[in-house]
Structure formats: structure tokens, C-alpha cells
Design a protein around this ligand. Structure first.
Ligand SMILES: [Zn+2]
Ligand SMILES: [Zn+2]
Length: 96
């Protein structure tokens, strides 16, 4: 009985088997989840049992930026903007 491929679910035969992230993969199926770049045991990055290339590995790209000064400023601005304003600026009246 051959184990199913982690990507395409078809059986993986010993000759084309990559054993990684607790799953078996066809060599051709072991590619980045995002860009489908072919990966190997030496250059893949595993995340939630899926292979990614270095570029698309989810790691911290979306969470590390929460506390920069710029982000704090933006957050404050958003809070100000969400408060009710008595007068709205005239739309399109300033362009000449
Ligand atoms: Zn496959
Ligand atoms: Zn990628």
C-alpha cells in the first residue's frame, strides 16, 4: 500500500517519494504552496505541514509590524476618524 501524496492525494511510489512534514510527496508535488516553485529537502520551509519557499514562508511578515511608530500613528488616526464629525468637508470642491 503506497501512502497518498500530501498535495495531490494520489499514491506515492517509493521511487518518487519525499518524506517530509509527516507526509509523503511526489517530487513534483513538493513545491511552494504559493508560487509552486519546486522545493527539495534542503531548501523548503515547513509551515502547518505544508512546504513553502523562503519567500512565501508565512513566519512573521504580517505580525511583526504591529508596534512600529508608524503603525501606532495610523492606529490613532483610525480612532480619530471613527469619531463622529459634525461637518463633512465638501467633496470635490478643492480641485481646479
Ligand atoms: Zn502528488
Ligand atoms: Zn513560493
Amino acid at each position: 500500500m503506497n501512502p497518498p501524496c500530501g498535495r495531490c492525494k494520489k499514491p506515492v511510489y517509493p521511487t518518487e517519494k519525499i518524506n517530509c512534514l509527516d507526509k509523503f510527496w511526489h517530487k513534483g508535488c513538493f513545491s511552494c504552496e504559493v508560487c509552486k516553485m519546486a522545493l527539495s529537502m534542503s531548501n523548503y520551509k515547513g509551515f502547518e505541514k505544508k512546504p513553502y519557499c523562503t519567500m512565501h514562508y508565512p513566519k512573521t511578515s504580517f505580525t511583526i509590524v504591529t508596534d512600529t511608530p508608524e503603525n501606532k500613528r495610523l492606529k490613532q488616526q483610525t480612532m480619530l476618524n471613527s469619531q463622529p464629525r459634525p461637518v463633512a468637508p465638501p467633496a470635490g470642491g478643492v480641485r481646479q
